[in-house]
Design a protein around this ligand. Sequence first.
Ligand SMILES: [Zn+2]
Ligand SMILES: [Zn+2]
Length: 311
Amino acid sequence: MNALTGIDLELAKTKLSGFSVSGLATWMIAPDLDLCFDMGECPLSALPMNHVFLTHAHGDHSRCLLRHDALRRMIGINKEGVYYLPEEIYETAIDWIKAGAWFEGSRAKNPKVPKLIPLVSQPAGSEPIRLHYRDNLSVRPFKVDHGVPSLGYTIYDSRLKLKQKYHGLKGAKLAQLKREGVRIEAPLHTPRLTFIGDCTADTLWRENEIWESKILVIESTFIATGEEALARKRGHTHLNEVAQIMREQADMIECEAIVLKHFSMKVKPLEALEAALKVIPARFHDRVYLLTHLPKSMQGQSLAELAWQGI
Ligand SMILES: [Zn+2]
Ligand SMILES: [Zn+2]
């Protein structure tokens, strides 16, 4: 298992590549969206991504943040990367970055700090924040329960849409209204991808909006029956809790794909698959994917596709 080698997925017309093992490293790249989530390792394929979203400060999610910035410059990417992170860790991130520069021998009193953008949780339904380099994408950060300051992120496709009351008007009339300064369009935000780093199942119950995202990436650190309380105590989610939400809230789950990641180092990929096939309700098998290092020919397939192959 190599934390620099991602698993490729193509879900709901979105390409993703990622690695996630609890305590070891978590990162996920969405090249079409010009972004990555977390930087527990920094594969070369992450370097062209101009937006990085850090969920929390634990080393397996944050360790290579500076490396991303430094390597970009080394390979000649001059555009400034943008690093989003929870507001509570903004000041300590700056201290950490400066200490890193001094550790490497910098004598600058104020070593250069990459562009950090602190974010705070925004209520469901609020206007999302436009991405720094992308007019057609925006983000809503939301609070995540994990024992340390932590945010989840929903990325929206954002565009302007003609307001209902102007439907049916001819193009010339609409152009005239526009010239007169009438705002005939309103922003429309469609939730495309939600990523949560680490969290307890409470977050998954409380943040109902996450289940409207086309793609939802959540954690499932523990899988063994009987370890539910341990998962909660450590600030993590148990596979059985994910299954319970799917059973009890099936009708509100609109996701086209749900990715489970961050399995414990003790969990073997085939064990994760076996447990998921057993506890995840059958009606969701064609929408659930595991981000774990199954044999190559089995990667990137839904539970249903794997089950059809007689696994
Ligand atoms: Zn973690
Ligand atoms: Zn963590």
